[in-house]
Structure formats: C-alpha cells, structure tokens
Design a protein around this ligand. Structure first.
Ligand SMILES: Cc1cc2nc3c(=O)[nH]c(=O)nc-3n(C[C@H](O)[C@H](O)[C@H](O)COP(=O)(O)OP(=O)(O)OC[C@H]3O[C@@H](n4cnc5c(N)ncnc54)[C@H](O)[C@@H]3O)c2cc1C
Length: 406
C-alpha cells in the first residue's frame, strides 16, 4: 500500500482517539467517524469525572477474557512504557494514588481535551455526528453512514461495547465484526450492581459500610474483595461489588452464585469478641451491636433471626448465637440478577482474542480490518485497567497501520 492511504476509524472514544493520533503520518489520511457531537464523551464520565486512566500494576491478573493466555502476550512492561510515554508526549502529568493514575488536574476533561487537541494537531480528520451503520468490502471498504458512504483502505473498529449506551456505544461493532465472520462471545454487563430478591432489601437500602465480600460459585469461594459496600433496595453496589460482577454474572446462567458478606472484617475471632464485649458492657444485644455495626443492619440481622432485642448476648441460645455470628460475618446474599447495560461501566464478552493478531489487532479473517478496545473479549477490574486496554490496543493497531506504508 502506498501514498495517500485512507484509514477510517469507527468511533472517537478512548481506543479510537489514540489509534488515530498514532496512525497519522505524512502520507496517509486518517479520519475518525464519531456519532456524538464530540469525541471521548465516555472518557468524561470515567473515574467519577476524574478519569482513572491507568494502573501501575499492569498485569493480566486484573483482567477477564476467554483467552487470558493470548492477552498475556501484550500486557507487559514494554507496552506499559509505550502507554505512559504516549500520555507524557501529549502533555499529561499523572497523579498516582495507590497505583491508580489520574491526571494531575483531577479532571477527566484534561484527558479528553488533550486527546482531541492532539488528534487535530497531527492532522486527523474528525467527523462528528455521523452514525456508521454497515461496512462492506470489495477491493476497498465501503462505510455506510447517515451522511453517505465513505471509502477506505483500512478500517479500525473502535466503536466500543454495549455498556453505557448513552455515551454512544450501542454495540454496532459486534454486528459489523460478525459480517466479517467474527464470532461474538455474548456481551454481558460488567462492573455493575448485583441484584437479589430477598424481602429484607427494602430494610437495608441506603446503608454504606465496610465489608469483606466472598464470591461463592457452587459452594467454592472464587474471589474476595474488601472495601465499602452500598446496600440498595435491589441488592448490592459499590466498587467491591463491581470487582466481583464480571465473574458472578458469567456464572449465573449455569451455576449457583452467592456472596458471603462479612460485615465485621476487622474482627478476627468474632465469638471471643462478642463474649468479651458482653462481659465488659451491661448492654442488651441490640445495644451491644449498635456500637460496632450500622444500627439498621443490626436490627435487620436480629429480626431475620427472630432474636429478642432485649436479651443480653450471654442469654441467647447456642442456635441464636450461631445464627447471629453467621449473619454478621457470612451473610449470604444470593445473586439473582444484575443491572443492565445502562448502569454497567464495561461489558464482558465480545470478539475473541484468538480471532485477531494480538500483536497488531488486525482481524485474522479480514485484511486491513482492525478491532480495538472494549469490542474485544477483555474486561478489566476497576482501577484504570479498561482504559489501559483501550489505549494499548489503539497503540498496537496504529503501529501496524504505520508499518504498512513506511
Ligand atoms: C461511568 C463509567 C466510568 C468508567 N470509569 C473508568 C475508569 O475510571 N477507568 C477505566 O479504566 N475505565 C473506566 N470506564 C471504562 C472505559 O471508559 C471504557 O472501557 C473505554 O472507554 C472503552 O474504550 P473504547 O474506545 O473501546 O469505547 P468507547 O470509549 O465507548 O468509545 C466508542 C466510541 O464509538 C462511538 N460509536 C459507537 N457506535 C458508533 C457508530 N455506529 N457510528 C459512529 N460512532 C460510533 C461512540 O460514540 C464512542 O465515542 C468507565 C466507564 C463508564 C461507563
């Protein structure tokens, strides 16, 4: 391929912007087609408006994929340096807190604006308000949109997953990839709230408390998280919940899934602790718990186990004590469902990594078609991993695109 090669990038989100910037050379024409009136709308929402754009601990242990072994070929120190030097080159100064990278301004708009500014500076054409509906190939790519048909030599699919569709990503990339014979592992919401159906949910809504969550699938603990949990009228929320959601939701169809919640993770031996507290303080069981647990939660647990609030701890029967201790330290929340794509930060599933060249992001089924970002079957934990993957895949595709006419 020679001069004046045309590269069209479908979607001006995280992966598309980086890919466009790094693909642009003096002898190609790089165009982003973005359906929104500006690029990077989702970036503005990330990290609660602060944009947690990367994580120092860039390892596969923070990712889910059906092909984690393939992913392992690109999640490495060399690529970490590429990503960080890219952000340095566009003027981003990081603030690193517990391994989480934010822009020093603490504002997501710094990242979004810097990317758009850089894209314009290097000469990328950005066409906003254009909705891509279909792509066909016959010697060239024909990109069908609401503003007519664009022709291109190279197409990069960077249109995102189905998560948070109000930011523009509604899953069209899956349809386009399928039309080029790719398989799609069912996209499911991830980094999302989990739902239960127990009657007590109404009573615990509004509580925020520190807890340790153990995700149990078919009686086996598969993942644990410690941090603040938010209890809601439909179930559980908060980052600790999100971190378990990808595995929980994937397992839900065929397995029994529940979460054991330890509401007192800071106490090693709860039995001894309650015995001692009971001896030391002349309080009934409700008052005894109120000092260490949200009062709504202690009421709920006492009520659930039909324990008389007026009794002292040492007056409880062994069964009552066991039930109480079980619910304080291993409260079983049965996962019955999850919130939909509107509430999800990312999607699990997508185009399998084994169907692309992992070093270049080019489709193994279709020459000059690249697939990057969240469209792929990779989802990361909270902590900058999803943007990290978006930047990385954008960079890898761009290096290959450049090499095609260098
Ligand atoms: C609320 C929220 C908070 C998040 N916080 C973080 C965080 O702090 N750290 C982190 O690492 N990750 C975070 N994420 C996840 C992260 O934002 C995504 O993983 C990342 O943006 C995916 O990049 P992408 O390029 O694949 O897709 P996107 O960024 O979604 O970009 C896709 C683009 O394609 C455009 N598009 C889609 N369809 C079409 C079409 N038919 N025609 C034209 N254009 C189209 C869309 O409008 C969009 O601009 C968060 C996500 C959400 C929703």
């Amino acid at each position: 391929m020679g001069d004046d090669m045309k590269v069209f990038i479908i979607g001006g989100g995280a992966s598309g912007l980086v890919c466009a910037i790094k693909s642009k050379t003096s002898n190609n024409e790089v165009t982003i087609l973005e359906r929104n009136n500006k690029c990077g709308k989702k970036i503005l929402m990330t990290g609660n408006g602060h944009c947690n754009y990367f994580n120092e601990d860039f390892t596969t242990s923070h990712y889910h994929s059906s092909n984690l072994d393939i992913l392992g070929k690109i999640i490495n120190d060399e690529n970490k340096k590429e990503i960080l030097s890219f952000f340095d080159s566009i003027g981003i100064v990081p603030k690193i807190q517990n391994n989480y990278y934010y822009p020093i301004t603490n504002q997501a708009i710094t990242i979004q604006e810097s990317l758009v500014r850089e894209a314009k500076r290097v000469g990328v054409n950005i066409i906003n308000d254009v909705l891509v509906s279909k792509i066909t190939y016959k010697d060239k790519y024909y990109i069908e949109t609401n503003k007519g048909i664009y022709e291109s030599d190279i197409v990069v699919l960077a249109s995102g997953s189905k998560a948070a569709p109000k930011t523009g990503s509604d899953g069209i990339g899956y349809e386009i990839s399928s039309s080029f014979n790719h398989h799609i592992l069912k996209p499911l919401p991830s980094l999302v709230q989990l739902k239960g159906s127990e009657h007590y949910l109404k009573e615990w809504q509004g509580i925020r408390t520190d807890a340790k969550l153990s995700l149990v699938i078919d009686n086996k603990v598969v993942k644990e998280e410690v941090g603040e949990i938010q209890l809601t009228d439909y179930g559980i929320s908060g980052i600790v919940t999100y971190q378990l959601s990808s595995i929980a939701i994937r397992a839900l169809k065929e397995h029994q899934v529940w979460i054991n919640i330890n509401f007192l993770p800071w106490i090693d031996d709860i039995k001894a602790y309650l015995d001692e507290r009971d001896k030391k303080l002349d309080l009934n069981i409700s008052e005894l718990l109120d000092g260490i647990l949200n009062y709504k939660l202690s009421n709920l647990i006492l009520k659930k186990n039909k324990i008389n609030y007026e009794k002292k701890y040492h007056e409880l029967s062994d069964i009552e004590k066991n039930n109480l201790i079980r619910d304080l330290t291993s409260f079983r929340f049965v996962v019955q469902g999850y919130n939909d794509f509107d509430s999800a930060q990312v999607c699990s599933g997508g185009i399998p990594l084994k169907e692309i060249n992992i070093n270049t992001m080019e489709s193994l089924y279709q020459t000059n078609l690249y697939i990057i970002g969240e469209l792929l079957d990779v989802d990361g934990e909270c902590g900058g991993y999803n943007l990290g993957f978006a930047w990385l895949t954008g960079i890898l595709a761009s290096l290959d695109i450049r090499s095609k006419h260098d």
